[in-house]
Design a protein around this ligand. Structure first.
Ligand code: PLP
Length: 502
């Protein structure tokens, strides 16, 4: 296949604070002057230090910044995150939320509450749970919701102090042990057995009267599905613990299994992963947390209730506390609702099947590329919607790392990131996930781009190590990120760290 060469626009664009001149402005209409509207006691004595620019300067500045940003609209196969395309219709629907203040009375936002309740009902159907909250602003936040609900649940039964351990597995997402530890639990991490997941014996040895909960994903981030999961849940619950299903890797099992049917007490779905919503580079996202009626009184409030003729906001009786402001990122809930309605039940089922078929198609082709191997190569069996691979052989042969390969692939229009979260259990890992929406040409192009870069690496490793060549920035120096004195996320912080010499 012919590689498409990408070339980003490059501008020497200054920060907007370094642009403009006093007195420059956009259009002002008669009567729009705010002078005198703010009571004297509340008005500023000195104007804020804002840049002053004419409208075309502002337009050109932001246009150039947008040209320099590749965005998530190349081919993006971010495994364990599935950066799906975000349909524009969903964006349009969500824009209506801009006109709503989250603190306004429920009676004045019935349409929005209908969407929240609608998505709640769809997720209940997909999981078997009784109630969902959308307050958590991501998957890790939803795991945190589980950790605090676990604490509140056991405390209400007089076991808050004695149940002080949470069990997880080595290949669960790190947010499970991390949130459990942050909530004060001792974390027991089960090692892997021969099949790629921990053995039932290791779980049986770990559970006790100290077990507060199991927090686990399945399939895990290697794409390995633990078929003994129902027995796992039975074992934990027999010991008095709760069972939480991190359902972030839901794409391949969507409509095929339900968390409640496997015995779980609670689960979470990432709307920014499975349900067609943008992750937005760290937010705003949503981790939809659902649980049984037994745990529902501990949910963060408010949650949306439906009565005969309207939607109301209710505070759960024994809430474990809020995890975010108001009801969370409701724009994303509207988008996910629109996506799920457009897909329909049949569409969701088909999407699950396509994602598994495409992943196995990818696997067949990727494993033919020199230097590429599958994680746990000795373990036979299918992976579900994604597979974790390793470029360790390529690294040993050439010194070219997975990060180098990823950088070079971006020169051909392949969006980063698609390696693996830390810690890297598999050396030089990568985890593309096809999902259901990419046509076969795009999947083939992605694989061909990898094969092309691997071939370059064997012929000229230094060339690949120096990539990317066609991006706005050639190489980012991590030294800048590691030194708090050199970076700043706001202009105010920047000026504090870099005062103008007197
Ligand atoms: C299995 C799993 N759980 C949890 C998370 C955490 O989600 P978030 O990044 O939205 O906090 C991820 C992220 O990719 C994940 O793959």
């Amino acid at each position: 296949m012919t590689m498409r060469n990408y070339h980003a626009s490059r501008w020497d664009e200054p920060l907007i604070h370094a642009m403009g001149a006093p007195g420059r402005r956009g259009q002002l209409f008669p009567g729009a002057d705010a002078a005198g509207l703010v009571p004297a006691g509340l008005a500023r004595q000195t104007p804020p230090a804002l840049p002053e620019l004419a409208e075309p300067d502002v337009l050109r500045h932001y246009l150039r910044l947008s040209q320099e940003t590749m965005g998530m609209i190349g081919i993006s196969l971010f495994g364990t995150c599935t950066m799906k395309y975000n349909p524009r219709a969903g964006e349009r629907a969500a824009a209506a939320v801009n006109a709503i203040h989250p603190a306004q009375p429920a009676a004045t936002m019935q349409g929005l509450l209908a969407c929240v309740h609608g998505l709640d009902m769809i997720l209940r159907g997909l999981s078997g749970m009784d109630r969902f909250t959308f307050q958590a602003a991501g998957g890790a936040d939803a795991a945190w919701t589980q950790a605090i609900i676990t604490r509140a649940f056991h405390a209400a039964r007089g076991e808050g102090n004695s149940r002080d351990q949470i069990i997880t597995s080595l290949q669960s997402h790190p947010c499970n042990p991390a949130t459990a530890a942050t909530a004060g639990y001792e974390v027991i991490t089960l090692p892997l057995g021969d099949n790629g997941y921990p053995t039932l014996e290791s779980l049986r040895a770990a559970v006790s009267s100290r077990t507060a909960a199991l927090m686990i994903n399945n399939p895990d981030d290697m794409g390995v599905y633990n078929p003994e999961i129902a027995e796992w849940v039975r074992t934990v619950k027999a010991a008095g613990g709760l069972a939480f299903y991190d359902h972030a890797n839901f794409n391949g099992v969507m409509t095929r299994i339900r968390a409640r049917d496997l015995g779980f007490d609670a689960c979470m779905f990432m709307l920014h992963k499975t349900f067609g919503v943008s992750k937005g580079g760290g937010g705003p996202a949503v981790g939809a947390y659902g649980c049984t009626a037994e745990l529902a009184p501990f949910l963060p409030g408010p949650i949306v209730d439906r009565s005969d003729d309207d939607f109301t906001l209710v505070e759960p009786a024994r809430s474990a506390g809020k995890v975010r402001e108001y009801m969370g990122n409701l724009h994303q809930v509207v988008k996910a609702y629109a996506w799920a309605r457009a897909m329909g039940a049949e569409g969701l089922r088909e999407a699950a099947d396509i994602s598994v078929i495409l992943n196995n198609y990818m696997e067949k082709r990727l494993l033919q590329i020199r230097g590429v191997s599958r994680s746990h190569p000795d373990q036979p069996g299918w992976r579900l919607e994604m597979t974790r691979y390793s470029l360790q052989q390529l690294f040993e042969d050439t010194g070219v790392s997975a990060v180098d390969v990823q950088n070079r692939m971006s020169d051909f229009g392949i969006d980063a990131f698609w390696l693996s979260h830390e810690p890297w259990i598999v050396p030089q890992p990568f985890t593309p996930e096809a999902g259901e929406m990419w046509p076969r040409e795009d999947i083939d192009y992605w694989i061909d781009a990898l094969a092309h870069v691997v071939d370059e690496a064997y012929r000229d490793p230094d060339f690949v190590r120096a990539a990317p060549y066609n991006q706005v920035v050639r190489k980012l120096s991590s030294a800048d990120l590691d030194d708090p004195l050199r970076w700043a996320t706001t202009w105010a912080a920047w000026t504090r760290k870099h005062p103008t010499p007197a």
